[in-house]
Design a protein around this ligand. Structure first.
Ligand code: ZN
Length: 140
């Protein structure tokens, strides 16, 4: 068994960005030459999140609309009272979605559904440079 760590870095443009990182992750897995295993993708930071979605225009609106219903921007967050940095909603949204995702791969290919993409969600109230850690565990 092998454990191979990689990093992916990219800038985000603004709050609400939903970036399809499927290609980056599958390329990183391919580079390891491992055939069967799992890849965990983890965001270092408490205001970003990772999940999967069908990357189509309807859901790219439905998903942020859902976040606004569950954790509205216009709400009195204790984090905001304490830090005044305008991102209380960002933090609770990020905690809800989660900071990582694990995807199995078989014969070097991610086992995603045809319409299932891995996405990074920028939840902070401003643009950021994001660093993702990929931990690939598998056998060749
Ligand atoms: Zn904050």
């Amino acid at each position: 068994m092998n454990v191979i760590s990689k990093q992916i870095s990219f800038p985000t443009k603004s709050e609400g960005d939903i970036l399809d990182i499927t290609k980056k992750v599958s390329e990183a897995v391919a580079e390891t030459k491992l055939q069967n295993g799992i890849v965990t993708v983890f965001v270092t930071g408490a205001t970003g999140a990772l999940t999967t979605i069908e990357y189509e225009p309807g859901l790219l609106m439905d998903f942020p609309n859902m976040l606004e219903r569950i954790a509205p921007k216009n709400f009195s967050y204790e984090h905001e009272k304490r830090w005044h940095d305008g991102n209380g909603h960002s933090h609770v949204r990020a905690s809800l979605i989660g900071p990582s995702i694990t995807v199995p791969f078989i014969k070097g290919k991610l086992t995603l559904g045809t319409w299932q993409q891995i996405v990074f969600v920028e939840l902070d109230a401003r643009n950021r440079v994001r660093n993702l850690v990929l931990q690939v565990i598998g056998e060749g």
